[in-house]
Design a protein. Structure first.
Length: 343
C-alpha cells in the first residue's frame, strides 16, 4: 500500500469524513511532497500535510504553511509521536523557505497541546449576529443583480480575482491561488453550502458563501464593494432563506473569535520584516532561544535601521524570547484573519 493510501486510511479512521470529501482532498490537494509522516511496524502511524499559502503581513506577502490533517493511529497515541511529527514538519518548512506555520485546533484543549510546540493564538475572525429585528439600510441600486454561482462548473473567470483582491487588501490575511479557490468552493458545495454574487452590470461587486442550518443562516464569508451590494445581499438572504438569524463571519465586524494558532518558522526572516515595519533608529538586540525543532532560530539578532542581521554578541542589553514569545511580539494585537479557506 502506498504512503498516500495509508495516510488516507489513517485520516478516515481518525476523522470519519465522507468519501466525497476524501476524494476531493486526496485527489486535488494531497501530495507526498507536502506530507510528513512517521512509520512504525511497517505502516504509517502519524501524519500531517504542510499546505503552502501566501499571506499578507504588514503590507508584504510572506510564505507560510497550513498544517492539515494532523492525526495519529489510536493504538500509537500517548507516546509523543505528534510532537515528533510537528518538529519534523517545522524543520521541513524551514528548509522549504516558509516563514510561518498555521493550524486550527479541532478542540479547545488542543490550544494548550500545540502551545508546547511553539504555537500561540495567532488567527482571528469576527462573527456578527443579525436577527429579524435588525433592519437593512435601503441603499439599493437598480443595476444590481444577485446570481447563484454553480459550483459544479468551472467558476466564472471574474470570481477568483474578486476574492483575491479583497483578501489581498487586508493587512493580515491568508491568500489563495485560483486552483485553491476551486478546491475550497467544491468542498463548500459538498457541505451543502451555496455561493452568491452581486453583479453591477458585468462587474462583481459582492460575494458571499451561505449555509442554511435549520432556521438559521451562516454567512461564512461576505465581501462587498460598498454598502449597497452588502445590504442587497442581506435583504436577499432574508427573503430567500427565510432565516430567523444570520451569523456573518468577517475580518473586522462583530464579536472577536480566536480561531487558529501560529508558529514562527524562520525567526530571522520574521524579525527582518518586523525591523522594516518599525524601522527604529535605536539599535535593538533580540535573542531567540529554546527552539528545540529548528536550531537555526536560536541566535542573537540586531535590528537597526529597518534591517536585521545575526551577530555574535550584543553591544548593549538584549531582550530574550522563546519562539512563541517572538510570535506574540511580532503580532502585538494584530492577529491575521483566517478566512473560509482553511477549516
Amino acid at each position: 500500500m502506498s504512503v498516500k493510501e495509508q495516510v488516507r486510511r489513517l485520516w478516515k479512521e481518525c476523522f470519519g469524513d465522507s468519501e466525497e470529501f476524501m476524494d476531493l482532498y486526496f485527489g486535488r490537494r494531497y501530495t507526498d511532497e507536502i506530507n510528513t509522516c512517521l512509520e512504525e511496524d511497517g505502516k504509517v502511524v502519524s501524519a500531517l500535510q504542510r499546505i503552502p499559502y501566501p499571506m499578507t503581513c504588514y503590507g508584504e506577502v510572506i510564505p507560510m504553511a497550513y498544517i492539515s490533517g494532523a492525526c495519529t493511529d489510536v493504538a500509537y497515541r500517548g507516546r509523543g509521536l505528534m510532537k515528533r511529527l510537528l518538529a519534523s514538519a517545522h524543520r521541513r518548512m524551514y528548509e522549504e523557505g516558509k516563514w510561518l506555520a498555521g493550524l486550527i485546533p479541532a478542540e479547545e484543549w488542543l490550544f494548550g497541546y500545540y502551545a508546547r510546540s511553539g504555537y500561540v493564538p495567532g488567527f482571528q475572525q469576527h462573527v456578527k449576529l443579525l436577527t429579524g429585528g435588525c433592519k437593512s439600510v435601503d441603499n439599493s441600486n437598480s443595476s444590481l443583480e444577485i446570481k447563484k454561482i454553480d459550483l459544479c462548473k468551472t467558476l466564472p473567470e471574474e470570481i477568483c480575482p474578486y476574492l483575491y483582491e479583497h483578501l489581498r487588501s487586508l493587512p493580515f490575511s491568508v491568500l489563495h491561488t485560483e486552483e485553491d479557490f476551486q478546491i475550497v468552493l467544491s468542498d463548500w458545495s459538498l457541505n451543502g453550502g451555496e455561493v452568491w454574487a452581486v453583479y453591477d452590470g458585468k462587474k462583481v461587486s459582492g460575494l458571499a458563501l451561505c449555509l442554511k442550518r435549520d432556521t438559521d443562516l451562516l454567512v461564512r464569508e461576505m465581501f462587498a464593494s460598498g454598502t449597497g451590494p452588502r445590504e442587497a445581499l442581506l435583504r436577499f438572504f432574508r427573503l430567500h432563506y427565510r432565516a430567523g438569524e444570520m451569523r456573518i463571519v468577517s475580518p473586522s465586524e462583530g464579536e472577536l473569535r480566536v480561531y487558529g494558532m501560529a508558529r514562527i518558522i524562520n525567526a530571522e526572516q520574521m524579525l527582518s520584516l518586523y525591523a522594516r515595519v518599525h524601522c527604529d533608529d535605536v539599535p535593538r538586540f533580540i535573542k531567540v532561544e529554546g527552539d528545540e525543532a529548528i536550531a537555526a532560530n536560536n541566535a542573537l539578532f540586531l535590528l537597526e535601521g529597518g534591517a536585521c542581521r545575526r551577530v555574535d554578541e550584543a553591544g548593549q542589553d538584549f531582550s530574550a524570547y522563546t519562539i512563541s514569545g517572538l510570535a506574540r511580539l511580532f503580532f502585538e494585537g494584530h492577529l491575521p484573519y483566517m478566512n473560509l479557506m482553511l477549516d
